[in-house]
Design a binder for this molecule. Structure first.
Ligand SMILES: Nc1ncnc2c1ncn2[C@@H]1O[C@H](COP(=O)(O)OP(=O)(O)O)[C@@H](O)[C@H]1O
Ligand SMILES: [Mg+2]
Length: 381
């Protein structure tokens, strides 16, 4: 009898250590002690089954290539799979206790935007965002999140998966770059054609009309001719503006700074906002392509700042240091949520233009506090 109790207590000890492989061989007596042993054997079987299914899920959790996080309602990471640790360069277990916002570092809390959507009743949300690795590199990711009931802890957690979309983004950028290049070529051709044919011919007509207007004897005809002359002046001005927008001649012939100054004056933007355009040191010459790309970026920034941000002060600062061209663009407008900005073509085009010169664009924007772009472009190759 003593020996059998000892066997029971040894097995229970094994169970407590998470080992469920062994069981007790029943005696031929089949008495009460055997009944207890039988119960313990059954418990062992169940525990074995639970362990197998737990291991099964752990294996899935750790072998999917997407990053998977379990977050509590404060955004604290309660669990993260191997992919998350590997892709974000954290040691095993080092992500636990950090918050998802620690990995995002955007201007808007990623947790807040996720819970806002989930609370609206969307059971599964997905959007594009980015995560920072331990070393500060930024990985573009596609995120899906859903509420998830943790039965063990009897509480609701957030199951968040993040899929690295670096290659997809690169491919998208290449496509966008190709579209932009085609657009630029077309714009240049159109600007040239309009300028060299239509504008020249209109100027010639204007010249004829103004010469007959001056010598016209009939007062009524004279008035009509003068009016036609004024109308033609407006058409020519509009045409010049269109050509300028398509491809400013200044940009082809002079510096970027000059073209930007001209752009601000040309479209009466200077009546809507005060422009501070400066250069902290001498800029080197750079390629025509880069000049056009930066010009378009600045053009888009100004248009956004005035139209979306209602800004009335815009600063454009160029500097050049250690073979890196830096461009700072700041507005004092109403700001926006940069997490949501993926939708606009404007910002996406700016990103691809800058990326194609191996440059970086860093956008910071705070609600009510304006927007700033920091652009840096290496000029050494
Ligand atoms: N400087 C800015 N100030 C305020 N909001 C901005 C600014 N720049 C961009 N935005 C916001 O970001 C969105 C995307 O901009 P963009 O990519 O240029 O596309 P679009 O101008 O065609 O809307 C805008 O619709 C606007 O809501
Ligand atoms: Mg825009």
């Amino acid at each position: 009898m003593d020996k059998r109790f000892k066997e029971i207590s040894l097995l229970i000890r094994e169970y407590s250590l998470g080992r469920f492989e062994n069981d007790i061989t029943l005696s031929p007596l089949l008495d009460e002690v055997d009944a207890i042993s039988n119960g313990i054997n059954m418990l062992g079987e169940e525990l074995r089954a639970i362990t197998i299914s737990r291991n099964y899920f752990n294996n899935i959790f750790n072998s999917v290539s997407d990053m998977v996080f379990i977050l509590n309602n404060k955004g604290v990471i309660e669990d993260a799979n191997r992919s998350a640790e590997v892709q974000l360069h954290y040691e095993s277990g080092a992500l636990f206790g950090k918050t998802i916002n620690d990995l995002h570092k955007g201007n808007i809390s990623i947790l807040r935007s996720i819970t806002k959507e989930l609370k609206k009743g969307n059971s599964l949300i997905s959007n594009e965002s980015f995560l920072h690795t331990k070393y500060g590199n930024v990985i573009p990711v596609s995120i899906t999140a859903t509420y998830f009931k943790d039965e063990r802890k009897k509480k609701q957690v957030i199951l968040l998966t993040a899929c690295d979309i670096t290659y997809q983004k690169k491919a998208e950028n290449l496509v966008i770059r190709a579209i932009i290049d085609t657009q630029e070529i077309e714009r240049r051709r159109l600007a040239k054609d309009l300028h060299d044919s239509l504008t020249q011919q209109l100027s010639a007509i204007k010249f004829y009309i103004s010469s007959i207007a001056e010598s016209a004897k009939n007062q009524q005809q004279k008035i009509i001719l003068l009016k036609s002359n004024d109308a033609l002046t407006n058409v020519i001005t509009d045409m010049r503006n269109i050509c300028f927008n398509l491809m400013p001649k200044t940009l082809e012939e002079f510096s970027l700074l000059k073209a930007v100054k001209e752009f601000c004056n040309h479209f009466l933007y200077h009546k809507k906002a005060k422009f501070i355009i400066e250069q902290t040191n001498a800029l080197p010459n750079f390629s025509k392509e880069l000049k056009i790309d930066l010009y378009r970026v600045i053009q888009e920034f100004i248009t956004n700042a005035i139209n979306h941000g209602n800004a009335n002060k815009i600063t454009i600062r160029f500097s050049y240091l250690k073979e890196i061209l830096k461009l700072l663009l700041v507005d004092n407008g109403k700001g926006f949520d940069t997490n949501q900005s993926g939708r606009g073509m404007g910002i996406q085009n700016m990103q691809s233009r800058i990326k194609s010169h191996k440059g970086e664009l860093n956008i910071e924007s705070y609600m009510g506090k304006g927007t700033s772009y920091k652009i840096s472009i290496p000029l050494n190759d």
